[in-house]
Design a protein around this ligand. Structure first.
Ligand SMILES: C[S@@+](CC[C@H](N)C(=O)[O-])C[C@H]1O[C@@H](n2cnc3c(N)ncnc32)[C@H](O)[C@@H]1O
Length: 420
């Protein structure tokens, strides 16, 4: 390990670089009251994340083994503070540019005053709200202000802290009850916690408020530039399937968001978006007029064989395989085989997991998703090698041509050809 001094000097050099930009552009230094680093240009954002990663590493080294572990095991109390703030909508009880007493927050939120004080002070440990030292009145910080003003941010917090994290408490119980080798989606922590024999999406479909929160949270999580759909255009040569008559099948394609985007970047490609009946019945109404002659919707269960003539050029799967254990993911890939021809391709657009440990704060997403997929679906994220094994297990004629992640993209494309 380098010395603390050399690590601190590397941090200092980066901090000076960012400060210089802020100063020359009259941008305030970041504070807990105001995030200003989003205003850095894209070429400085890498420095920003490198600074966050290296200062996090230095913090961990200076806290030491025991205190770092204490930070981990007590982190649930931080989450509890935030959950109480979220659940009782305490952020909305504080004026955006003023202050509120604990009694005023209690009166408008319905959480009694002593609990407001205790749990807001827990949250303040994470810089959620601040308290004026003399008056003891509460005012906003950047996080609490976001909670008061951005409903999708609140829904993202609610989904994680009220839906997924509580269900995750049953992960080990589910392994013990159903076996660690179970491939069944219902043998998961979510089902056990919710005492249901229905899969996650079916439970949500029957509960509009939970379903709405899930949809908004997904929109929030995927709104930053690393999720931008331009990366799917950069990941594959779409002009190779843009001849009149070329067809792309978007498997489990929902309302056809991806197909619509690619259609706008091609001239002739036609798209068939397949999904379950309840989705397909709603989807055409959401299609813009200019794409109606290029995108069709069809009911198709992706576990049943594809029987399409003429065969499509591409089967595309985004966010499908990571919801399923190997047994079912292999079955989905097998169902494509009857329609595969020489020259056909399968494009799998997913997060491709690093094959080893990741400690950088900004790169831990894949392993966080691992926990979520396990909890909700008894499923998993996969490394490039695991995608290859899955494809080979489905049919030895599948050949992975490339696994590409464009610069700046969270998602990768696994491009697969058919040796027919
Ligand atoms: C996580 S969403 C991904 C949607 C879309 N591919 C996208 O990237 O926006 C999973 C989709 O799979 C669909 N789905 C689930 N089970 C299915 C099945 N057996 N056959 C076809 N579609 C299914 C769901 O209705 C949902 O639209």
């Amino acid at each position: 390990m380098p010395s603390l001094t050399s690590m601190a000097e590397a941090i200092l050099a980066r901090a000076k670089k960012l400060d210089a930009y802020l100063e020359s552009n009259n941008i305030p230094y970041p504070s807990f009251d105001e995030d200003t680093l989003d205003r850095l240009p894209s070429e400085l954002q890498d420095d920003r994340w490198a600074l966050a990663n290296s200062s996090h590493e230095l913090k961990k080294l200076t806290r030491g083994a025991v205190m770092n572990t204490m930070d981990t095991i007590f982190s649930w109390t931080d989450a509890l503070g935030l959950r109480v703030v979220y659940h009782y909508q305490l952020a909305k009880a504080v004026p955006l540019d003023g202050t509120a007493s604990y009694a005023e927050i209690a009166a408008s939120s319905g959480l009694k005053e002593s609990l407001c004080r205790r749990f807001i002070r827990i949250a303040m440990g994470s810089n959620i709200f601040d308290e004026e030292p003399m008056s003891k009145r509460v005012r906003h910080t950047a996080v609490s202000r976001l909670l008061a003003t951005d409903p999708d941010f609140g829904d993202a917090i609610g989904l994680e802290l009220e839906e997924i994290a509580p269900a995750s408490s049953k992960v080990i119980a589910a392994w013990k009850k159903y076996s660690q080798d179970s491939s069944e989606p219902m043998d998961c922590a979510f089902s056990l916690y919710n005492e249901t024999d229905k899969p996650f999406f079916a439970v949500l479909a029957s509960q509009p408020e939970r379903s709405r929160r899930f949809g908004n949270a997904m929109r929030y999580f995927t709104k930053d530039d690393s999720w931008d759909l331009r990366h799917i255009i950069a990941s594959f040569d779409w002009s190779s399937v843009d001849k009149p008559g070329d067809v792309v099948v978007d498997i489990g394609g929902g309302y056809g968001q991806i197909s619509q985007y690619i259609a706008h970047h091609t001239n002739n490609t036609r798209f068939i978006v397949q999904d379950l009946p309840h989705v397909v019945s709603q989807a055409p109404a959401q299609l813009p007029e200019d794409l109606k002659n290029r995108i069709d919707f069809a009911v198709h269960d992706f576990f049943t064989p594809q029987a399409m003539e003429p065969a499509p050029a591409i089967f595309m799967l985004r966010w499908i395989l990571h919801n399923w254990s190997d047994k079912y993911a292999i079955s989905i890939l097998k169902s494509l085989v009857p329609a595969m021809r020489k020259g056909s391709k399968v494009l799998i657009y997913e997060y491709v997991l690093e094959d080893g440990p990741v400690t950088d704060l900004s790169s831990r997403f894949g392993f966080q998703m691992e926990g979520i997929m396990t909890t909700l679906f008894n499923a998993q994220e996969r490394t490039a090698e695991e995608f290859k094994s899955l494809l080979t297990a489905a049919d030895e004629r599948y050949v992975v041509d490339a696994v590409r992640r464009p610069t700046g993209s969270t998602m990768s494309i696994v491009e697969v050809s058919w040796l027919g």
